[in-house]
Write a protein that binds this ligand. Structure first.
Ligand SMILES: NC(=O)c1ccc[n+]([C@@H]2O[C@H](COP(=O)([O-])OP(=O)(O)OC[C@H]3O[C@@H](n4cnc5c(N)ncnc54)[C@H](O)[C@@H]3O)[C@@H](O)[C@H]2O)c1
Length: 464
């Protein structure tokens, strides 16, 4: 680019800035001012993007160097498009930075917190930066008369915001959440290297809020972002972010283990995975992603054992795949523990085949559960009209017929015989069993039957 080209770019940019400035001034009059605490990868991008949307943004960082860089119209980090977004924000007077939290909070209606939450020495989530920021926000709010909303963005374990951070703000401000200030948790989904694009087009905007007023404040500032807004409680919003990252890590490790296996087998790993992701009915879909009971049946246990064996024979290390059956077993043990904890001795299992609507008993986790419970000396009855009298539970005739002796052919009788009913099939029998159960019954639901409100029994979900 020659010098005259350069000049025309800067004149055009200047013109653009001038028009933006006037347009922004109008927008800023309607929009709340936002302070953003922590100008790292998340905070710098969030500041630049909100300022581009016409909000008046005051960024805060204890790192004076970052503050100076931003105020001079530059980016403290490398991220595609960030430098020019910060530059236009600073030129349009919609973005400034400071190291003074008090000043920033007093001059804004909303504070977004995006300080780091690194691992502590035990691998837990360190809250040192957040605790420090909350104290300072509390002290600032103490001097504020107007209603202020605090939006947490930093990734934390569920419960952190409400149980550990808000008490600090309340103590230092002498104010009460909900009454004197609003609170939201808005997890950040941006990825470094595509951060601006991700900020403007996230998979969804998730807002955990303590009340409607707080939710409405957050909803309002995100209304121009191209994404569905989903409102939930704070703990769910906090945990979604942890789960997202755990899932992404699981996918990476899974794809890499498959890649190593493909390499050893001389199969094109990218072709295999390109085909794999084309199945959006079962593979890349919500299917199999709902908490419930252990997997079983004729295929999953056999084929996960098979792929583990294959990897061992090829001397390919596949710890994620190898761990699947152990994880499945732990889930069955979890139910055994729940039953033992109930103190009930007479246990009824409603549904024994590996899932409702089939008579297939191969590697049924419900049968496995029955045997493990029996080993604990509990008295077991099962009800499943599709388990016929010829099915062999055991090679030994005596044991086999003893297990058949646990079969109840009458649902009323089954319910009467049981102190605790395990719902193992989501079918009409489980729903009927819930209706027949009395206030003296306990119910453990493995398949999210969720009995209607007139069910009198004590209800527990396996993992909800
Ligand atoms: N980086 C990502 O891609 C990403 C994506 C989603 C979520 N997150 C989460 O967002 C949070 C921030 O991540 P990051 O990568 O931007 O962190 P970062 O370490 O890049 O930036 C944190 C900033 O906070 C500043 N800071 C610390 N204490 C402060 C205080 N008392 N007052 C003002 N500023 C203070 C630091 O100086 C630093 O500039 C973390 O919880 C992270 O897990 C990060």
């Amino acid at each position: 680019m020659n010098e005259s080209n350069l000049q025309s770019v800067s004149v055009n940019n200047h013109k653009q800035d001038y028009f933006n400035f006037n347009a922004n001034r109008k927008l800023m009059e309607q929009r709340p001012a936002i302070s953003i605490i922590g100008l790292g990868y998340v905070g710098a991008v969030t500041s630049a993007c909100f300022s581009k949307m016409g909000f008046s943004v005051i960024g805060v960082d204890t790192d004076k160097k970052k503050v100076k860089i931003i105020n001079s119209g530059h980016s403290p980090i490398f991220e595609d498009g960030l430098e020019s977004a910060i530059q236009s924000g600073v030129n349009n007077h919609t973005l400034s930075a400071t190291d003074n939290i008090l000043e920033a909070v007093l001059n804004s209606q909303i504070t977004i917190i995006s300080v780091g939450t690194p691992s502590d020495e035990n691998g837990g989530c360190s809250l040192v930066y957040l605790v420090n920021v909350c104290k300072r926000i509390g002290l600032a709010l103490r001097r504020k008369k107007d209603f202020h909303t605090v939006i947490f963005k930093s990734t934390v374990p569920p419960g952190t915001t409400e149980e550990k951070l808000l008490p600090i703000i309340e103590m230092y401000s002498q104010m009460k959440r909900g009454e004197d200030f609003g609170v939201c948790f808005n997890p950040e989904f941006l990825r470094e290297s595509t951060a601006l694009e991700d900020f403007n087009h996230p998979p969804l905007t998730l807002i955990g809020a303590i009340d409607k007023r707080s939710a409405d404040v957050a909803r309002n500032i995100f209304k121009d972002v191209d994404a569905e807004i989903h409102i939930t409680n704070i703990a769910a919003a906090e945990f979604v972010k942890y789960i997202d990252n755990t899932w992404h890590a699981t996918k990476v490790c899974f794809a890499n283990e498959i890649g190593r296996l493909c390499q050893a087998l001389n199969v094109d790993s990218h072709e295999v995975m390109d085909i794999f992701v084309k199945d959006t009915k079962l593979n890349i879909s919500p299917y199999y992603l709902k908490p419930g009971f252990a997997f079983g049946g004729s295929c999953l246990p056999k084929d996960t054992r098979g792929i583990k064996h294959l990897a061992q024979s090829l001397q390919v290390d596949t710890p994620l795949i190898n761990g699947l059956n152990g994880s499945n077993n732990a889930h069955i043990d979890h139910v055994v523990e729940m039953v033992i904890k109930s103190g009930n001795k007479k246990v009824g299992i409603c549904g024994l085949t590996f899932k409702a609507g089939t008579d297939d008993m191969r590697e049924s986790p419900n049968e496995e559960l029955m045997h493990r419970l029996a080993e604990h000396g509990l008295h077991i009855t099962f009800f499943d009209p599709l388990v016929n009298g010829h099915y062999r539970f055991h090679n030994d005739d005596k044991t086999n017929s003893a297990i058949h002796g646990k079969r109840s052919l009458n649902l009323n009788e089954f319910v009467e015989k049981s102190e605790l009913i395990i719902l193992a099939h989501d079918d009409e029998y489980s729903h009927l069993a819930c209706q027949l159960a009395t206030a003296d019954h306990n119910i453990i639901d493995l398949v999210r039957v969720q009995p209607s409100s007139d069910c009198k029994a004590q209800y527990q979900g396996i993992c909800w």
